[in-house]
Design a protein around this ligand. Structure first.
Ligand SMILES: Nc1ncnc2c1ncn2[C@@H]1O[C@H](COP(=O)(O)OP(=O)(O)OP(=O)(O)O)[C@@H](O)[C@H]1O
Ligand code: NI
Length: 270
C-alpha cells in the first residue's frame, strides 16, 4: 500500500490515533496555534471524552480528523491514523472518500446540520447512494432500517418530512442515523446534546452508547459536561491551549487527577 499505515499491535484497536498534530490558523496579523503537538487515541468499543474550556481546540481536532477544517487552517506536523491509515498521507482526491467511509461526525446544532430543502428520506438516501452502487429500493430499505436503529418511530412517515417539522432531538437522531449508516469505526460527537433539553440529552447519549455496544464503534465525545463524562465515558482527555494535559480512565481523572488544570476544571464543576 502506498499510503502510510500503522505499525505494531498496540494501536490495532485504535480507530483513531493522532500523533504529534500541530495546526495553525493563519490570520492577517498572526498565526493562532490552535493545536500543538497533540496526541490522542480513541479505541474501538470505547467512549473517549475530550474535555476542555472554550477555545482550547477541541472542535479544531474534530474537523481536522474529518478533513473539513477551515480554509485558513494549516497542519504543520503530525499524523492522523484513522482505521490504521494516516489520512494526511492520502492524496486529496481519495482522502474525502476514505474519511467518510471510516468516520462520521455529529454537531451541536442538528437542525443546522441537515439540509432544510430536502426531506429526511432524500438526505439519508443521498448519503447511502453516494457510498454504494445499489438500487434506490435497496437504499430505501437501508434508510428505513437506520431510522429504526436510532429509535425513530414510523420511519415511513418520517422519510417524507422536512427537518423543520422535527424536534431537535429527532434531528440529532437523524444525524446519528446518517453518520452511522456504514458503521464507521469512529464517530465524533461534538457537543451533541448541548442544544437539547435535558431529557432528550439522555436519550441521545443512550443512542451513542448503544452504537458503541452494538457495532464496537469508537466514540470521541467532545463535551463541556463533566457529569456526562462521569456517566458514560471510558477514557478522558483533558485539553488546554491545544494540547492534552492529562489523560486517563474516568476513575483516574475524577478520583486521582494529577494535573493542576484538571483539578481546577473538576473543582469548577462541583
Ligand atoms: N477559522 C479560524 N480562524 C482563526 N481562528 C480560529 C478559527 N477557528 C477556530 N479558531 C480559534 O482556534 C481556537 C480553538 O477553537 P476551537 O473551536 O477548536 O475550540 P473549542 O475547544 O472547540 O471551543 P468551544 O468549546 O467553544 O467549542 C480558538 O482560539 C478559536 O478562536
Ligand atoms: Ni468546539
Amino acid at each position: 500500500m502506498q499510503y502510510k499505515t500503522e505499525q505494531g499491535a498496540q494501536s490495532e484497536k485504535a480507530a483513531l490515533d493522532i500523533r504529534g498534530l500541530s495546526l495553525d490558523y493563519v490570520m492577517p496579523d498572526q498565526n493562532i496555534h490552535a493545536v500543538v503537538d497533540l496526541n490522542l487515541v480513541a479505541k474501538m468499543g470505547k467512549i473517549t471524552a475530550l474535555v476542555g474550556e472554550s477555545g482550547s481546540g477541541k472542535s479544531t481536532v474534530a474537523l481536522a480528523v474529518m478533513g473539513i477544517q477551515d480554509k485558513n487552517a494549516i497542519i504543520s506536523s503530525g499524523e492522523i491514523y484513522l482505521a490504521g491509515m494516516d489520512v494526511l498521507s492520502i492524496p486529496k482526491k481519495d482522502m474525502r472518500s476514505y474519511i467518510s467511509n471510516h468516520a462520521g461526525i455529529i454537531f451541536q446544532d442538528p437542525i443546522d446540520s441537515l439540509n432544510p430543502l430536502l426531506t429526511i428520506g432524500e438526505q439519508l438516501m443521498e448519503t447511502i447512494l453516494i457510498h454504494e452502487k445499489i438500487t434506490k429500493k435497496q437504499a430505501r430499505a437501508i434508510a428505513l432500517n437506520q431510522l429504526l436503529a436510532v429509535s425513530l418511530p414510523q420511519p415511513e412517515e418520517l422519510m417524507k418530512k422536512y427537518p423543520f417539522m422535527l424536534s431537535g432531538g429527532m434531528c440529532q437522531r437523524v444525524m446519528i442515523a446518517i453518520a452511522s449508516v456504514f458503521h464507521p469505526p469512529l464517530l465524533i460527537a461534538d457537543e451533541p446534546t448541548t442544544a437539547l433539553d435535558v431529557t432528550v440529552q439522555a436519550q441521545i447519549l443512550y443512542q451513542l452508547d448503544s452504537m458503541r455496544k452494538r457495532d464496537g464503534t469508537a466514540i470521541l465525545l467532545i463535551t463541556h459536561d463533566l457529569g456526562v463524562v462521569a456517566e458514560i465515558a471510558d477514557e478522558v482527555c483533558i485539553m488546554k491551549d491545544g494540547q492534552i494535559v492529562e489523560r486517563g480512565t474516568v476513575d483516574d481523572i475524577f478520583y486521582n487527577p494529577q494535573n493542576m488544570y484538571t483539578r481546577k476544571l473538576l473543582a469548577a464543576a462541583l
